[in-house]
Design a protein around this ligand. Sequence first.
Ligand code: MV4
Length: 495
Amino acid sequence: MLTKILIANRGEIAIRIMRACRELGIKTIAVYSEADHNAQHVQFADEAVLLGGAAPKESYLNVEALLRAAHDSQADAIHPGYGFLSENASFAAAVASANLTFIGPSADSIRAMGDKAESKILMKKAGVPTVPGYEGLETYEEFLKAANEIGYPVLVKAAAGGGGKGMRVVNAESELKEAIELARSEARNAFGDERLLIEKYLAEAHHIEIQVFGDKHGNLVHLFERECSVQRRHQKIIEESPSPLLTPELRAKMGEAAVNAAKTVGYYNAGTVEFIFDPKTQQYYFLEMNTRLQVEHPVTELVTGLDLVHWQIRIAAGEKFPFSQSDLHQHGHAIECRVYAEDPTTGFLPSTGKLLQFIQPQGPGIRVDSGFAAGDEVTHFYDPLLAKLIVYAGNREDAIKRMQNALNDFIVHGVVTNMDYMRAVLETDDFKTGKVTTRWVETKFGEWSIPQPELNALIAAALADVVFVGGKAQPAVSNETDPFNPWKQTGNYRN
Ligand code: MV4
């Protein structure tokens, strides 16, 4: 069994991983940048090691500093979390070469699934449905012929891309040549690899992903789906399980396809197979496989009752995963809202500042995975995710109601958040009826402003010298000496 784990990450996911370690009796080592010296994850760990400067390349992406920290603190494993180095095959290999356990898949699995052309070829061989298209094309003439065979609109993707990076939609032949040239130069600059894929673009479709989990002894299962179509510029905002679109038959078929996809690379540990689902044809197609624990994993934990990080650690230590597919069931409904320090009224620009108030909701079926507390500084150095608010209820309608109330009870003063925006999304008929596709935010909910009646109330309150806390008006703090006086803070429209 592992005795000491270094968490090569920060924020909410670092704390979340430390909670699983603590329950397993494993010591935790936090790493941090100079900007994070007071961060919650540093305080939560048993030990902490300074990596370097605030810039990720000097700290959380600094492989040499991370391995040195692991060595100096006698860690026997490293958990990468998500983002940063979590899908960097060279890092996974370097961890193994340092005789440390990498809590995740093999470097080979990461490398294979990181190449979107290679992974698509693997899927075709395994009989996993893929989007009609071509890999390995070189000349414009080849792309032109392929696009005419596929039929417009087509999507040009970078083979070394992923998560929407290096993707271009082409609606007509007249746009193709420029799109190919731009996509190629972007791919070369961003990834040092200019290979492109071309495929049919499924515009009105849903992003549905399947959680898979395997041990090092050949047992590989799926843990059902997550619906992730509420996204803005490839940043997920709201995720849920089950998907309102899947029938039990479709769920079983997509789960089997996801397991087959993972088996093509001998996958072990936690992974997610992404599909695009077209409700009109009821067809699903493999998009890519994420070889890491995902931000939205709590949604799966709540409907399956499993602690995924707990099992990641035990699998990494060589234990067998004691569940067969027939042992696993999906119960109830879970929804996650990602609370970002971003201002939806200014095109989601990051909002920075000191957190004056950070009051988390509580009650039955409410979970908050947070990396911040009142008094903390929200900086511009890292992803602006403040917390994940996840709710669980017996059915989708109750889960939506619970989420709306929990968002109301989540009080954040000092930075502007996207919570009112998410509450507005949850209130739409499109969301309630499961009609939100991957393009819905951009086409129907991209620009947003505070509804005028609410804005009037806020203006009246400001003039009347009150602030709203938990939806209730309170006398505004007026004495000038109070450092937490909300009137001192700019950019927080709640004042
Ligand atoms: C697609 C697609 C539609 N048709 N491929 C986005 C990033 C990566 N997961 C692959 N993605 C997509 N690939 C085909 N052939 C739709 C997506 C997609 C998406 C596309 C545009 C805007 C937002 C999106 C959100 C999720 C998935």
